[in-house]
Design a protein around this ligand. Structure first.
Ligand code: APR
Length: 232
């Protein structure tokens, strides 16, 4: 029986750059003017909870003013010909809005919050999150985001998909943050791995990759068409 090839798409902040969402490391280590540890670590949360809540409230509101770009749409188009799993480090919902159906959010989601007492209590959340918003067990809610130093619970599921991939597209990530950057180590020896990022020639990967040093919005739709012609 004819079996579809399996494609894993690993995305980072760069795929959403052309939708108007800032990347992390392009602005001198600052994320929208903040030291990353101030707004993306348990220590930052304890030190200034209000600041962290406000920071993610702004990011959550911003989602209403941005749209998926041609790279997000091209990835969902791949599903017509391939078995596709998107593994994203992004907390935005642009892959969902471009209609990809299998999406793993390694670093959480802006449109979810969870209890600070019982992390299995996760809720959909579209508005601002305030001090005094509690879970059903009476504890403060926090953004459902994986911060520095925290476990990445979706990592083992992501690894099992990468192990089965025939083709891997890595798009718009500096591959500087672990364990996500390690995912590619689990690829089959004969998997084709493409790296699409304007800085593709500088980014260090554990595995040999085919670099495409261009912006995702142009390069991904073109590559998707090529993959469909060649393997679809
Ligand atoms: N198209 C493709 N790539 C782009 C584009 C574009 N238009 N614009 C910028 N890039 C690339 C940059 O060259 C850079 O390599 O996107 C990459 C963004 O890298 P980072 O800012 O480091 O983002 P990312 O790799 O997703 O960060 C990983 O770090 O702070 C944490 O949890 C956060 O998920 C995030 C993780």
């Amino acid at each position: 029986m004819y079996e579809k090839k399996k494609i894993i798409v690993l995305t980072g902040a760069g795929i959403s750059a052309e939708s108007g969402i800032s990347t992390f490391r392009d602005a001198g280590g600052l994320w929208e003017g903040h030291d990353i540890m101030e707004v993306a670590s348990p220590q930052g949360w304890r030190k200034n909870t209000k600041l962290v809540l406000d920071f993610y409230n702004i990011r959550r509101r911003q989602l209403k003013n941005v749209e998926p770009n041609p790279a997000h749409w091209a990835i969902s188009y791949l599903e017509n010909n391939f078995d596709v799993v998107v593994i994203t480090q992004n907390v935005d919902n642009l892959h969902e809005r471009a209609k990809s159906s299998n999406i793993i959010h390694l670093h959480g989601e802006l449109l979810k919050v969870r209890s600070t007492k019982n992390e299995s209590l996760v809720y959909e959340w579209e508005t601002d999150l305030q001090l005094g918003d509690y879970c059903e067990e009476g504890a403060q809610l926090r953004p459902h985001i994986v911060w520095f130093g925290e476990d990445v619970p979706m990592m083992s599921v992501a690894i099992s998909h990468v192990r089965q991939a025939d083709i891997i597209l890595i798009i718009g990530t500096s591959l500087l943050v672990y364990p996500a950057a390690r995912l590619v180590d689990y690829a089959k020896p004969d998997a084709f791995i493409y790296l699409i990022d304007p800085k593709a020639d500088e980014i260090k990967s554990q595995r040999a990759v085919i670099p495409i040093a261009q912006k995702a919005g142009e390069a991904v739709p073109r590559l998707v068409n090529e993959l469909i012609e060649r393997y679809g």
